[in-house]
Write a protein that binds this ligand. Structure first.
Ligand SMILES: Cc1cc2nc3c(=O)[nH]c(=O)nc-3n(C[C@H](O)[C@H](O)[C@H](O)COP(=O)(O)OP(=O)(O)OC[C@H]3O[C@@H](n4cnc5c(N)ncnc54)[C@H](O)[C@@H]3O)c2cc1C
Length: 421
């Protein structure tokens, strides 16, 4: 491992952490630490948990596959498997999750997707994970006629499905070791006498601890300590529609450019399909917009016109921001000491292979779990596992790889290697 991605061994005084953000990232790291006998305090600015990006009524748990094996694909597949195991564990513990493991079909809807379908078929991957379906099998798996004039090849993930993120967040945070503080916005972070002090907008202390984990979604880089992390907010909206006698026969999630759930079976959104989502770059303050519902409907009718024609009452579902990074890997790990990086690694662009560089230095006790983009429901648990292992000095090889790919200092290193900093 390169010196700039190394972490030290930690010697914490107490197994105690403050987490900022009550979305899926905050809930996952809270649960993973509580399972390791840590005490955590979760600070959320809204009245309830799961109101922002993680407030969607139903999101899809699905890996992202590339035509050829890649680090990105491995990350998504491992995250997917890890998340499925975790959901089962929670259910075995008696936790209520609103979800359906109904399978997901990714349509090969254009020449590029068909090329990817062929490449994946040639790889002879495990059928438990992924099946490459022909046109007839695609319709059988979906349970409905997809298009009056054309038929689709598809990639089928039998274990995939949808989940109501709020139900998962509540299941994860209902833990005797997890204290939740609602309606407190963390505005400033001060490091004093080996403690991180979290300060609100009236200058009052919300909480303090040796370890602070930032998991606050779209506002991740609003703090002085995180401003340097490259990021892009991408707003999006989902739409809902009441199921019709035709549409309720849909058995699986359908992925095209966006996604569509079968009729939801749980209380809150019972009898509705959720579909979307739109992508609006550089918008950090989205509002529900009719235009976004129109766009979601237009997109869906491009691929499933009969389905759309059968729908009645269309309603807006949820609008929020996905926090995205330039390489689409999240940020997981310690916040680097940027000045140390600039001073110690300034000449790495010269490629002096013989030179021994000092190990990376970080802001003491400050960590991050964010930048989860549009797949946070699939990846957050796996990332939280890596971060909790880091904090406990329990790294295994998978966590080491995750922490390298998701290292918050990777873009400083990229810039230094190009001599651009
Ligand atoms: C429309 C849409 C559809 C999506 N569909 C899917 C999908 O199908 N599958 C999938 O895997 N992913 C999907 N995603 C992405 C997924 O929802 C996100 O990756 C994930 O929810 C991000 O979780 P988070 O905890 O990082 O952020 P959030 O859920 O936004 O949580 C951050 C929390 O921090 C709080 N906070 C922020 N700043 C402060 C502060 N200063 N003090 C206190 N609290 C603070 C916020 O109020 C918020 O509750 C979708 C996203 C959108 C927007």
């Amino acid at each position: 491992m390169s010196a700039w991605f190394e972490y030290p061994q930690y010697h914490w005084k107490k197994k105690q952490a403050t987490i900022i953000g009550g979305g899926i990232a905050g809930a996952q790291i809270a649960w993973h630490l509580c399972q390791k006998n840590w005490q955590v305090t979760l600070i959320e600015q809204r009245k309830e948990l799961a109101r922002e990006a993680s407030g969607n009524p139903a999101g899809v748990i699905l890996p992202k596959m590339t035509a050829q094996p890649s680090e990105g694909e491995t990350f998504y597949v491992q995250s997917f498997k890890y998340t499925l195991d975790l959901l089962e564990t929670l259910e075995k513990q008696g936790k209520q999750l609103d979800r359906q493991a109904c399978g997901a079909i990714q349509l090969a809807y254009n020449p590029r997707e068909i090329k990817r379908w062929k490449a994946l078929k040639n790889r002879k991957l495990s059928e438990t994970l992924i099946q490459l379906l022909d046109e007839k099998k695609t319709e059988e798996a979906a349970g409905i006629k997809l298009h009056p004039e054309k038929a689709y090849l598809s990639t089928y993930f039998p274990q995939a499905g949808w989940i109501n993120p709020s139900s998962l967040i509540h299941a994860l945070t209902r833990h005797p070791n997890c204290q939740i503080i609602l309606q407190k916005e963390a505005l400033l972070l001060y490091y004093r006498q080996s403690q991180w002090q979290v300060i609100n907008d009236s200058g009052k202390l919300i909480n303090e601890s040796e370890i602070l984990i930032l998991a606050n979604g779209k506002s991740l880089c609003d703090f002085e300590q995180t401003q340097f992390l490259p990021h892009m907010p991408v707003a999006g909206q989902t739409t809902s529609a009441h199921a019709s006698t035709f549409s309720e026969k849909l058995k699986t999630v359908i992925g095209h450019e966006g996604y569509l759930t079968p009729a939801i079976i749980t209380q809150e959104t019972k009898g509705k399909h959720i579909f979307g989502a739109t992508f609006n770059r550089n918008n950090k303050h989205p509002r529900i917009r009719l235009d976004d519902d129109t766009e979601n409907l237009r997109q869906l009718s491009r691929y499933l016109p009969t389905f759309v024609n059968s729908l009645t009452r269309i309603e807006s579902a949820h609008a929020a921001v996905r926090m995205t990074t330039p390489d689409r890997f999240p940020y997981v790990g310690g916040i680097p000491d940027k000045h140390f990086y600039q001073k110690q690694y300034h000449d790495i662009h010269q490629g002096k292979q013989w030179k021994e560089y000092p190990k990376a230095e970080y802001l003491p006790g400050l960590f991050v779990l964010g930048g989860l983009g549009s797949r946070g429901l699939t990846t957050s648990a796996y990332c939280a596992n890596a971060l909790s292992r880091l904090l406990n000095n329990e790294l295994d090889s998978d966590s080491k790889t995750t922490l390298k790919n998701c290292h918050p200092g990777r873009f400083i290193i990229k810039q230094l290697k190009r001599n651009q900093l």
